[in-house]
Ligand binder design. Structure first.
Ligand code: ADP
Length: 265
C-alpha cells in the first residue's frame, strides 16, 4: 500500500507523478518557474492537493530533470536518462529505443530486454532539434505550440529552411511569411527541419526493437510522422500515460523499487 512519487523539473515544464499500489493516481504538468525549487514545490503541491494527500503521506520520492539538485523534498535524485527509460518501459514493455525530446535537449537511448541502457546519444548544445526550436517558430507564426504539428498533414509543398541554426531559420520563416507562402507549408518545413535533426541522433544509436518517443515534442504529430519517414521505422503509440511525464513516472517507479527494497539503493 505504499505511496511514492517522482518529480521532474525540466527547463520548460515540471512534472510530478504520485503512485499508489503501483498505479498512477495523480500527475501534474506545469510551466517551469525561473527558480527550480519553486517549480518543484508547485508541481508536487498541485498533485498532492488534488489527490487529497500531503508530503508526509509519500513514502519515497525521487527527483530528476535539469533542476533535480534544487528539489527540497526528495529522498534522492536520479538522472533523466535512467528515469525516462524506466517510464518508457512501463508504458511500452517491449521498447528497445527511446527518443526523448524536451525543451532544451534531445536524447536517444537504446535499452536491452532487461531494461539496461546500452547506448545513449544527446544534443544539448544547440536549440535546433529541441522543443525550444519549435516554441520559437510557433511564436513567430503566432500559433499555439499545439497547432504546429498538424500543419504537416495539411501541407502540399513544405518549405525548406536553409539553415539548421534557430536564429537564421527564423529569418527564413519571416521571408516565407512575407512572400505569402501558406502557413501549413511553413509549419511543415519547420517540423521537417526538426525531424531531420532528430533523425541524425536516432540513426547514431542504430535503433533496435520497438521505438517510443517521450517528452513534450512527442505531442507534435508533424515531427513524429516526418521522423518515421526519415528513419524508415514506426514510432509506437501508448495510451498508458502521457509521454511528457515519462521522466517523473520513471522516478516514481524507481521510488517504488526503493520501498520494496527497504529504502536501499
Ligand atoms: P522539459 O522536460 O525539457 O522541460 P518537455 O519534455 O516538457 O520539456 O517538452 C517541452 C516541449 O514540448 C516544448 O518545447 C514544446 O515544443 C513541446 N510541447 C509541449 N506541449 C505540446 C503540445 N501540446 N503539442 C506539441 N508540442 C508540445
Amino acid at each position: 500500500m505504499s505511496i511514492v512519487s517522482g518529480c521532474d523539473v525540466g527547463s520548460l515544464t515540471s512534472k510530478s507523478v504520485i503512485m499508489k499500489d503501483r498505479k498512477i493516481i495523480k500527475s501534474c504538468v506545469i510551466k517551469s518557474r525561473p527558480n527550480p525549487k519553486d517549480s518543484a514545490d508547485t508541481v508536487m503541491g498541485e498533485a498532492l492537493e488534488s489527490a487529497g494527500l500531503s508530503l508526509n503521506d509519500i513514502e519515497y520520492c525521487i527527483g530528476t530533470g535539469y533542476g533535480q539538485e534544487k528539489i527540497s523534498f526528495v529522498n534522492e535524485s536520479i538522472s533523466e536518462i535512467t528515469c525516462h527509460c524506466k517510464g518508457a518501459r512501463w508504458m511500452l514493455p517491449s521498447v528497445g529505443t527511446v527518443i526523448d525530446i524536451g525543451g532544451q535537449d534531445c536524447k536517444t537511448m537504446k535499452i536491452d530486454r532487461d531494461g539496461n541502457i546500452v547506448k545513449f546519444m544527446a544534443n544539448d548544445k544547440c536549440a535546433s532539434g529541441t522543443g525550444r526550436f519549435l516554441d520559437v517558430m510557433a511564436a513567430l507564426l503566432d500559433l499555439d505550440i499545439s497547432e504546429i504539428g498538424g500543419l504537416t498533414r495539411r501541407s502540399k509543398s513544405p518549405v525548406t529552411l536553409t539553415s539548421t541554426c534557430t536564429v537564421w531559420a527564423q529569418a527564413d520563416v519571416i521571408k516565407y511569411v512575407n512572400s505569402g507562402v501558406p502557413i501549413e507549408d511553413i509549419g511543415a518545413g519547420i517540423n521537417t527541419a526538426m525531424a531531420q535533426r532528430v533523425a541524425i541522433l536516432v540513426n547514431a544509436v542504430k535503433p533496435e526493437g520497438d521505438m517510443l518517443m517521450t517528452g513534450g515534442v512527442s505531442k507534435n504529430i508533424g515531427v513524429v510522422s516526418t521522423l518515421e519517414k526519415l528513419i524508415g521505422r514506426k514510432i509506437k503509440k501508448t495510451r498508458k500515460a502521457d509521454p511528457q511525464i515519462a521522466g517523473a513516472l520513471g522516478a516514481a517507479l524507481i521510488a517504488l523499487e526503493r520501498t520494496e527494497n527497504g529504502g536501499k539503493k
